[in-house]
Design a protein around this ligand. Structure first.
Ligand SMILES: [Zn+2]
Length: 80
């Protein structure tokens, strides 16, 4: 189950719990009141790929994701 942040409406305690998508409220462990699930966004940053020497298509160094895309496009090997 995914992790969500919950905040108590009374004591403002914030805690992370694993909960199902439908669980939007829990009981506060501190004061016993209702904790509401916080809306949070977790970004996943995908690092650029490491440079590599392309021996198959370009026979040159590919400096990163964008460069590889340009190489594939120049060889008409991509659809986007
Ligand atoms: Zn509380």
């Amino acid at each position: 189950m995914p992790l969500y942040d919950f905040q108590c409406a009374v004591c403002a305690k914030v805690a992370e719990y694993s909960a199902s998508m439908s669980e939007t409220e829990l009981q506060c462990a501190l004061c016993g009141h209702v904790m509401k699930r916080l809306i949070t966004t977790h970004f996943t940053v995908i690092p650029d790929m490491a440079p590599y020497y392309d021996r198959i298509i370009g026979h040159r160094w590919v400096k990163g994701r964008k460069d590889r895309k340009e190489l594939l496009r120049s060889k008409e090997m991509t659809l986007d």
